[in-house]
Design a protein around this ligand. Structure first.
Ligand SMILES: CC(C)(COP(=O)(O)OP(=O)(O)OC[C@H]1O[C@@H](n2cnc3c(N)ncnc32)[C@H](O)[C@@H]1OP(=O)(O)O)[C@@H](O)C(=O)NCCC(=O)NCCS
Length: 193
C-alpha cells in the first residue's frame, strides 16, 4: 500500500477503503476454513463478491465514517485482513471487529489496529458506545476485545441470518465515558501509539 492511502495508521499498519480490485484478497480469505471457523464457514467467490459489493463498498457512502476497511502492513504493502466499525447486521448497534489472513495471526496486529479504530470511534466520531461480538468458542477474538478495553457482559443472539447459526454470542461493550475514564486513549500508558 502507498501509505498516503491510509486514513488511519498505527506503527505497523494502515487502514484504507476496500476497492473492487480487492476481491482476490477477500475470496482467498473467505476460502480459508481456519479463518472462517467462527464466521459461519467458508464463502465461495459469488458470496464474497456480494459481500464486497453490499456490505463493504455500498456501505461507505450510506454510513459516513463507518465501514469495513482493508488492513495493510506499512513496511511491505501487504494486505493482511480487515478491521471494521459498523452496524451489527439488522441492528442499530455499532461494533468493532477484525479478521486477518492466517499467516498474520499472532503478531498483535488485530489488537494494534483495533485500539486505533476504537479511539477513532470515540474521539473522532464521538460514538456513545461500541460493542464487540464473538462466537463463544472464539478465544482469540474475545481476548482481543478484552485487550482493547471492552467488558464482557454476557451473551446475545441476533435474528439476522448472518448470526443465527452462531446462536448466542459473547457480548462485549464499552461506553465512551467509561473508555475515556479507564485511559482508553492510552497515550499516557503508551497503549495507543
Ligand atoms: C481473531 C484474530 C483477528 C486475532 O488476530 P491476531 O492478530 O492474532 O490477534 P492479536 O495477536 O492481536 O491478539 C490475539 C490474542 O489472543 C490470544 N489467543 C490466540 N489464540 C487464542 C485462543 N485460541 N484462545 C484464547 N486466546 C487466544 C493471543 O495469545 C493474543 O493474546 P496475548 O497478546 O495476550 O497473547 C485472528 O485470529 C483471526 O483473524 N481469526 C479469524 C477471524 C475471526 O475470528 N475474527 C473475529 C470475528 S469476531
Amino acid at each position: 500500500m502507498q501509505t498516503e492511502e491510509a486514513w488511519l495508521t498505527t506503527p505497523r499498519l494502515g487502514l484504507r477503503r476496500f476497492r473492487p480490485g480487492d476481491s482476490d484478497f477477500l475470496v482467498a480469505l473467505y476460502a480459508d476454513s481456519d479463518v472462517t471457523r467462527y464466521l459461519g464457514g467458508t464463502k465461495d467467490a459469488s458470496q464474497t463478491a456480494a459481500m464486497l459489493e453490499e456490505r463493504i463498498l455500498g456501505y461507505y457512502d450510506d454510513h459516513p465514517g463507518l465501514g469495513i476497511w482493508m488492513t495493510v502492513e506499512r513496511t511491505t504493502g501487504e494486505r493482511v485482513g480487515f478491521h471494521l466499525l459498523n452496524h451489527i447486521q439488522g441492528e442499530d448497534i455499532i461494533q468493532v471487529g477484525f479478521t486477518l489472513a492466517r499467516r498474520y495471526w499472532g503478531r498483535g496486529y488485530a489488537t494494534e489496529m483495533a485500539r486505533a479504530v476504537l479511539r477513532y470511534g470515540f474521539v473522532d466520531l464521538e460514538l456513545p458506545r461500541i460493542v464487540g461480538i464473538a462466537h463463544l468458542g472464539n478465544g482469540a477474538s474475545q481476548n482481543v476485545l478484552g485487550k482493547i478495553w471492552l467488558r464482557r457482559n454476557g451473551e446475545r443472539a441476533f435474528p439476522h441470518p448472518a448470526y443465527t447459526a452462531a446462536g448466542p454470542m459473547a457480548w462485549f461493550e464499552v461506553g465512551r465515558e467509561e473508555w475515556l475514564a479507564i485511559g482508553g486513549t492510552g497515550t499516557a500508558r503508551g497503549l495507543y501509539v
